[in-house]
Structures are given as structure tokens and as C-alpha cells.
Design a protein around this ligand. Structure first.
Ligand code: FEO
Length: 394
């Protein structure tokens, strides 16, 4: 239980142990939190709950500070299980409590839990009077699920943004101004890159819509990570940047290698880039040895990427195949790319990588660099020339 304001209490769970999210799809190397909020005015409402494994301690914690039957309403901003997981156990205790959510929220909650709770469907602009304050609902479809919603608490001027503006970042400090700013930035960007990139056009539209309401914002309380208290709109400004085909002066070289040949080509390419673009940050990642979500965050920051694999079984190494599957879904735009790789016999990898890059929406620079057998000095020079030639136009 942590105080946010006199009327708002954080009642969530900090999950220091979490290392994977969405099954094993997303790495959470700094843990996460499931933020749930209790708003107490003349009426008492609970905004979201926590992930299912923490249901019991969540309900016990709530019971320690109030009689559960005094909860007048539950707001389910989003039905995904990390926020609704404790609902079934809670609703066993207070089965007649109304649950406010979007129409899609009803579908999703019924789909998950198969219960006919007292659902109250809300739309953008609908309000729930609490006494001195009221909650204003703002639908946010596809940020990041069709059922997603935010709500705004008047008087406190708090936007409860659910997944938007979150970070998978565990901290006993609840507020943005108290944590390591570099860590916070890295986790907020990684979260955007890996989760919200496909919805960037909708992010822009939604932010414009919320800004047009001209509501004062004292705090943004997301459902993961820390609360934006100091300069709360800094994260909104970041989202506006990130949603506009974000890129920095960075080139990322992503590869995998069997016997070091493709790795040496990657390093040759990096040298070549350095010759023509010494101010451009160049980063190299072996996909088999690096967290893929961290690599995706680096790709998100890049203006261009080189992707390399040797040929194996007339294809590419499986780490690259998995990488493309994820990158394709993210739909990053306006990034340049080129492929490279070693081969000994049939040599299909560079063609496959080039096709994959194009199908992921990258602007492919040229045919790519194929090197037969182990690179010698001549081949490394070719790699360097390739890096320089391509990077000169990026
Ligand atoms: Fe944090 Fe979409 O759940």
C-alpha cells in the first residue's frame, strides 16, 4: 500500500522476480509491477487488479486497509490477465460489485473467466461521479488491445493510462523522479519498441485526442512500472517522438555466426561505416548471445540495420528466422537495411535475408554481401567497402 494522494492509494504488486512476460516472448530483466489503484471519495473504486499468481496477497492487502464490501465499483481498464488476474478471487468475495469497462472489455473478461458479473459498458466521455471527484473514461482501442481504456480522475488530475506509458521496471520507489533516469528511459523505450510500435498511428491519434480535452495532468499512473509525477508529460512527448518513425544516428548490425566468418564480416562492415560516418553510433549484436527484445529496442533506435547469417541447410540460422517473425509484426517504418553472410556451398542466406528485410518493411539498399568460405583479408576489405558504400547514403 503506498500513498499517491490523499484520495488515491497504490495497491498493486511489485514483481522483482519476473524475467519473462507474454509467456516467454518479452524479457523483463528488471522485473515489473502490476499497478492497481484505490480511489476513495464518497464512493470507493478499485482501478485494475494484479496478475493471477498474486491474487491472494492482493486481496489480503486490500482487506487490511478496507472492508472489501465498501468497494463500490471496479474499473477494468484492460482485460489482459496481468491486470484482471485477481478479479475471479475478488469477485467471489464481492460478487455484486459493478465492473466498468469497454464493450470489448466485457467480451474479453467473459472470454477469460466465463462469469456473468455486473458489467457496465462505458465509452469515451462517460463519467462516474465519486463524490467530490469523478472519473472520466477514455477508450483507447489497440493501445494495445481492442478493449484498452484509460480513465482520468478530476481534482487529483491523474490519468490512469493502463499499459500506455508503462515500463517493465520493478522499483520500490513508486515515482519517476526517484529512480535511475537512464534505467527508466531504457525500459520505457524497450516497452514502446516491443509492444506499441505496431500501433504508432493510433498512439498519435489518441494522444492528440487526449490533449484536445485540455485536462490538466498532475500525474500519469500506468499499470506497469513507476508513476510519472515529475514533469509527467515528458513520457507523452517521448511517445510523440517514438510514434513518428523514430530513429537516431545509429546503425545496428544484427547477425549470427557458425564458425566466426559472418561475425568477422560484421566487424568489417562496422569498420567501413566508421570510415565514412564517424559520428554514427554502430552497435553489433550476435542474436544467439543477446536478448532479442533488447536487440529490437536497438533496431527501433536505428536509422538502418545490417543483418547477417551464414547459409545452413539452404536457409539462415534459426535465431534470424525468429527475429524476422517478431520484427515483421512490429511494422517499423522508414528504416534502411542490407544483408550479408558467408557460405561454403549453396549460399542462399543473403538472398533470403534480403527478401525477409523487404517483407518486414525495411528499405533494402542493395543486393547484399556474399562471401565464399572463410573471409580472408580481401574479403574483410570487401566487407569494409560494403559498410562504407551503404552507410554513406543512410
Ligand atoms: Fe499489461 Fe496488455 O497488459
Amino acid at each position: 500500500m503506498k500513498r499517491i494522494t490523499d484520495a488515491v492509494t497504490w495497491v498493486g504488486k511489485i514483481d522483482w522476480e519476473l524475467r519473462k512476460f507474454h509467456g516467454d516472448e518479452y524479457s523483463t530483466n528488471r522485473g515489473s509491477s502490476y499497478n492497481s489503484y484505490l480511489v476513495r471519495d464518497k464512493k470507493t473504486v478499485l482501478i485494475d487488479t494484479v496478475w493471477k499468481p498474486y491474487s491472494e496477497e492482493f486481496i489480503q492487502g486490500l482487506s487490511n486497509i478496507l472492508d472489501l464490501s465498501s468497494i463500490d465499483a471496479i474499473i477494468a481498464n484492460h482485460a489482459e490477465i496481468d491486470h484482471s488476474g485477481a478479479l475471479p478471487m475478488l469477485m467471489e468475495r464481492i460478487p455484486h460489485t459493478p465492473i466498468y469497462c469497454t464493450a470489448n472489455g466485457v467480451k474479453s473478461l467473459k472470454g477469460h473467466y466465463h462469469k456473468d458479473w455486473d458489467f457496465r459498458v462505458v465509452k469515451t466521455g462517460d463519467t462516474l461521479p465519486l463524490g467530490d471527484r469523478e472519473l472520466i473514461f477514455i477508450e483507447a482501442p489497440m493501445l494495445h488491445w481492442p478493449d484498452s481504456m484509460m480513465c482520468y480522475l478530476t481534482q487529483e488530475s491523474i490519468l490512469f493510462s493502463n499499459d500506455a506509458f508503462g515500463q517493465h521496471y520493478a522499483s520500490e520507489f513508486l515515482f519517476n523522479d526517484l529512480v535511475d533516469q537512464d534505467e527508466l528511459y531504457v525500459e520505457a523505450l524497450k516497452y514502446y519498441a516491443n509492444i506499441l510500435t505496431p500501433f504508432s498511428p493510433l498512439v498519435l491519434k489518441k494522444i492528440e485526442e487526449v490533449l484536445s480535452l485540455k485536462l490538466p495532468v498532475q500525474m500519469i499512473c500506468p499499470s506497469h512500472g513507476v508513476i510519472w509525477r515529475k514533469n509527467p508529460t515528458q513520457i507523452v512527448e517521448k511517445y510523440l517522438e517514438w510514434a513518428k518513425d523514430y530513429q537516431e544516428d545509429q546503425i545496428t548490425i544484427v547477425y549470427d555466426t557458425m564458425w566466426e566468418g559472418t561475425r568477422r564480416l560484421a566487424e568489417g562492415i562496422a569498420q567501413g561505416i566508421g570510415k565514412v560516418a564517424p559520428k554514427t553510433e554502430v552497435k553489433l549484436y550476435n542474436l544467439s548471445k543477446t536478448d532479442k527484445n533488447d536487440v529490437i529496442a536497438q533496431v527501433f533506435r536505428s536509422k538502418g540495420i545490417f543483418v547477417g547469417s551464414p547459409t545452413i541447410n539452404r536457409g539462415v540460422l534459426t535465431s534470424l528466422a525468429s527475429f524476422f517473425e517478431e520484427v515483421k509484426g512490429l511494422g517499423m517504418k522508414k528504416k534502411k537495411a542490407a544483408a550479408f553472410g558467408c557460405y561454403g556451398w549453396s549460399g542462399e542466406s543473403v538472398k533470403i535475408l534480403t527478401e525477409q528485410l523487404a517483407s518486414c518493411g525495411f528499405e533494402v539498399a542493395e543486393e547484399g554481401l556474399k562471401i565464399l568460405w572463410e573471409p580472408d583479408e580481401n574479403a574483410l576489405e570487401k566487407a569494409s567497402e560494403f559498410g562504407a558504400r551503404v552507410a554513406r547514403y543512410w
